[in-house]
Design a protein around this ligand. Structure first.
Ligand SMILES: [Zn+2]
Ligand SMILES: [Zn+2]
Length: 310
């Protein structure tokens, strides 16, 4: 299961109710900050989630509404908050701009207060833990190096305790070995293979976070069968021309992608001040009913099979 906390859900400029882009995706003890628009650190404080273990930042692209908050965050780390390290992932041009912001504007010759790593990434797996991966993929938006991220639990085979009981497999290391896929020999000499006690492969949860995008046809495969899709919705269909001009999506385009890709739940964000939330929801839901528009501080749990509401 993945959890996503929205820290900011506004497009381009903040509104009274919405801050600029920022989301935290969590899985067990892992936490990732995706984008860091201006004001993100205050949203983190207000949400009560805190900075602990928030050491990895994944950037979708280098537009200011997605990165300016890093300057404030580092400024705070210089003076007060302690954090073990900070690792910032992004495409080359995104990191170039962030480097200027952090080193030329904030640090100005001073050393960062903690190990600060800039990880230049390209599409492909960028992070792997025991039971999940993060894969970056190319997104078409203004400028190069725009990325989205797929969070996906690894497929697993459930342990069938009843089968193990029937076969007389004792509790302890034998069961751990079988779960790990290794055969074991019992005290009475019988050889037990993993296939005897493991069920069929089950896919893990899949969460896709797109960020800003100007078209969706190149996102279809990467979004296929996702349990949750988070995507921008800067415009309504009535301004489709403007959406195209600025390389953004309409609510309709996100919803059509969700239908085509067989997504379970659609979460729209990057909402423009020019629209009412209910109009955005209505347009998307007319095409894909299981759509919500994220608000600041909303949390969603994304898991296989179960569809969660707000
Ligand atoms: Zn943006
Ligand atoms: Zn942008």
């Amino acid at each position: 299961m993945f959890e996503i906390l929205f820290l900011g859900t506004s497009a381009s400029a903040p509104s009274a109710k919405r801050g600029l882009s920022g989301q935290i995706v969590s899985h067990n003890e892992y936490r990732f900050l995706i984008d860091c628009g201006e004001g993100t650190q205050r949203q983190i404080l207000q949400s009560g989630t805190g900075f602990k273990r928030l050491t990895r930042v994944l950037l979708t692209h280098g537009h200011l509404d997605h990165i300016l908050g890093l300057g404030g965050l580092l400024s705070t780390f210089l003076r007060w908050e302690a954090i073990e390290e900070l690792e910032i992932f992004g495409g080359r041009s995104t990191l170039d701009r962030v480097h200027t912001l952090l080193y030329d504007v904030v640090l100005r010759g001073n050393q960062p207060p903690m190990p600060l790593k800039m990880q230049e990434i390209k599409p492909g797996i960028i992070f792997e833990a025991d039971d999940f991966t993060i894969t970056a993929f190319q997104v078409s938006h203004r400028g190069p190096d725009c990325l989205g991220y797929v969070f996906e639990e690894k497929a697993r085979r459930p342990f069938l305790a009843e089968k193990a009981d029937e076969l007389g497999v004792p509790f302890g290391p034998e069961r751990r070995e079988l779960v790990a896929g290794n055969p074991v020999t019992l005290a009475d000499g019988r050889l037990i293979s993993p296939d005897q006690v493991l069920g069929a492969w089950e896919k893990g949860s899949k969460l896709v976070v797109v960020g800003d995008a100007g078209k969706t046809d190149d996102l279809l495969e990467v979004c296929r069968d996702a349990d949750g899709l988070v995507i921008e919705s800067t415009y309504l269909d009535e301004e489709a021309d403007m959406a195209k001009q600025f390389s953004h999506l309409t609510a309709r385009m996100g919803a059509e992608l969700a239908v085509k890709a067989g997504v379970k739940k659609l979460i729209l964000t990057h909402i423009s001040r020019r629209y009412r939330e209910k109009d955005v929801v209505a347009q998307a839901q007319s095409i894909f009913p299981n759509t919500v528009v994220a608000r600041d501080f909303d949390t969603y749990q994304i898991k296989r099979d179960i569809q969660d509401g707000r």
